[in-house]
Design a binder for this molecule. Structure first.
Ligand SMILES: [Zn+2]
Ligand SMILES: [Zn+2]
Ligand SMILES: [Zn+2]
Length: 265
């Protein structure tokens, strides 16, 4: 850069060179405070302020050496991809700078990828008939991805091992021994007898049974599972006055005790 003669504008204190004047202008445009600029130039803050107050200070921008300067926004690095700091790029001289006037050249704008932040190995867990398990994996707390290896080289898309479901044979799961559930509305299943309404244990359906069921509904009498099943005449899975009504209808001959259907005459 040629050193133009600005000696006519020399004032008390430090003589500002052409480069210094441009630099003051540029740093000020970049939002740097006068005192800070003065520190960089090595002059007083007053000199800087006086320089900036001058009417012709805008001339220096026109003398910009880097007319194609473009701001490149900062980009955060991810675990695997480099990012960059904010910088200005001049496509004419192909250099990068901290400021749009091209004062502070930056050698390196790259923010290196940090690599994964993997936690302790998560042990494999076998899936059961009813509960999901997982493969062995490592979890990155930064990118929330999972990996097969502790170096985070091979990603695991899905660590879950789905529950296998029961494998029933003759009504029993061959893996965990669970009983195969029976269809509660299946009257042909001998393990699940049809409700009779007979809960008092005297072998016959009477108003005593109706009373007991009412007492159970009112929570003044406890039923065993068998009693509860026997009393649930309409098979809705709970005891209510409907079941009591059905008991009374059976006793009155209005409802068939076998089919539990209403008798229509
Ligand atoms: Zn340039
Ligand atoms: Zn990561
Ligand atoms: Zn099972």
């Amino acid at each position: 850069m040629s050193h133009l003669d600005y000696s006519t504008e020399v004032r008390k204190g430090k003589h500002l060179t052409y480069e210094e004047r441009i630099k003051i202008e540029a740093l000020s445009k970049a939002g740097i405070k006068s005192e800070k600029i003065a520190e960089q130039i090595g002059c007083s803050g007053r000199t800087v302020r006086r320089e900036l107050a001058k009417e012709n200070s805008h001339e220096f921008v026109a003398l910009d050496e880097h007319p194609s300067m473009k701001k490149v926004p900062a980009k955060a690095a991810t675990c695997t991809e480099d990012g960059n700091i904010e910088y200005y790029h001049c496509s004419d001289c192909n250099k990068n700078f901290k400021d749009e006037y091209g004062y502070d050249e930056i050698a390196n704008i790259v923010v290196k990828a940090a690599g994964h932040t993997l936690g302790e190995k998560v042990a494999a867990k076998a899936a059961t008939c009813t509960e999901d398990g997982n493969v062995e994996y490592y979890h990155c707390s930064e990118c929330n991805r999972n990996f097969k290896d502790k170096d985070g080289k091979e990603e695991v898309a899905d660590v879950v091992v789905k529950a296998t479901g029961h494998k029933y044979e003759d009504g029993v799961c061959t893996v965990c021994g669970a009983n195969e559930p029976v269809n509660p509305s299946d009257p042909t299943n001998p393990d699940n007898p049809k409700p009779t309404g007979e809960v008092s244990g005297d072998g016959k359906l009477s108003t005593v049974d109706a009373k007991w069921i009412l007492q159970n509904i009112a929570k003044s009498r406890d039923f065993s599972d068998e009693q509860s099943k026997a009393a649930d005449l309409n098979g809705d899975g709970k005891l209510s006055v409907v079941d009591v009504k059905w008991v009374l209808q059976i006793i009155a001959g209005m409802r068939d005790a076998e089919t539990l259907e209403l008798i229509t005459k």
